[in-house]
Design a protein around this ligand. Sequence first.
Ligand code: YXS
Length: 259
Amino acid sequence: MSPLVKVDVHDSVAWVTLDSPPVNAINGALIDALSGALDAQAPPAVRAIVIRAMPGAHVFSAGHDVRELPTDGRDPLTYNDPLRRVVRRIETHPLPVIAMVEGSVWGGACELVLACDLVVAASEATFALTPARLGVPYNLSGVLNLMKVADMHFVKEMLFTARPVPAGRMAAYGVVNAVVPIEELEHTTAEIGTAITGSSPLVIRIMKEELRVLANAHPLTPEAYERIQAQRREVYDSHDYQEGILAFLEKRRPVFHGS
Ligand code: YXS
C-alpha cells in the first residue's frame, strides 16, 4: 500500500490512515492512494471503514492542495478533480465509511469528512470551510453535500466566515455524530464500527444507496446550471481567485477587491 495511506483491518473494520505530511493536503497522489485503499475493502472480510489521520495529528487535513489549484483560467473544482473523485468514491462505496477526526479540518477536507456516513470527532477538533478565504468558487455538488448534512444558516455561517468551528458546535447541528475526549476517540469509533458489523451488509449497502439517491434528488434546469457555472467562471477568472492563491503561497492575508 502506498506510504501515503496505511490500512489495518481489525474485527472486520478497515482503519485507513492518511499519512501525507505535513498536513494531508488533498492532491492527486493522496487521493489515488486513498481511492485504492477504499476499493480494496469489501465484505465479508470488511464490513465498515474508518478514515483517520495519524494518531496525534494537529491537522487532520489542510484541504485541497493549494499548489494544485489551476491559475490558468481552468475551473478548480471539476468533476475529475481529486477532491470530487474521492467524495464520490466515499458516497458510492458499498460499505459504511466513518470519519474519525482529531486535529483541524480545512476546506475541501471538510467535505471529504462530511461525505462519510458517520463522523466521530475529538473534543478539540475543528472544521473550517475556507473557499471564500482563498477566493475559490465552490462547485454545485460540493455545496449540496454541505446542505445535505447541515442547516442552511449554519452552512452559510461556515462558508461566509471561513472560521474554524469546534466539534461540539458541529455536533449540536447534527453534522458530527459523537464528540469525545481524544483518549476515547479510537474506542468510541471502534464501538460504532463493531455495531455496524453486526448488521446485514446487504441491507446497509442498499439503504446507503437509497439515502444517497434521495439526498441528491434536486431538479436543476440546464439554464440554472449554466447560469451558476457562468458565475463560477466569473470567480475563477477573477483577480480575487489569483490573489487568494498567491496570498496563501506568500503566507500573507489576501486583499480581495470583489473582482
Ligand atoms: O511552507 P511549507 O513548504 O512548509 O508548507 C506549509 C504550507 O504551505 C503547507 N500547506 C499546504 N500546502 C498545500 N495545500 C494546503 N491546503 C496547505 N496547507 C498547508 O503545509 C506546510 C505547513 O503549513 P503551515 O506552516 O501553515 O502549518 P501550521 O501548522 O502553521 O498551519 C496548518 C494550517 C492547516 C492551519 C495552515 O497551513 C492553513 O491554514 N492551511 C490552509 C488551510 C485551507 O484554507 N485549506 C483550503 C485549501 S483549498 C480547498 O480545500 C478547496 C479548494 S476550498 O477552498 O474550495 O474549500
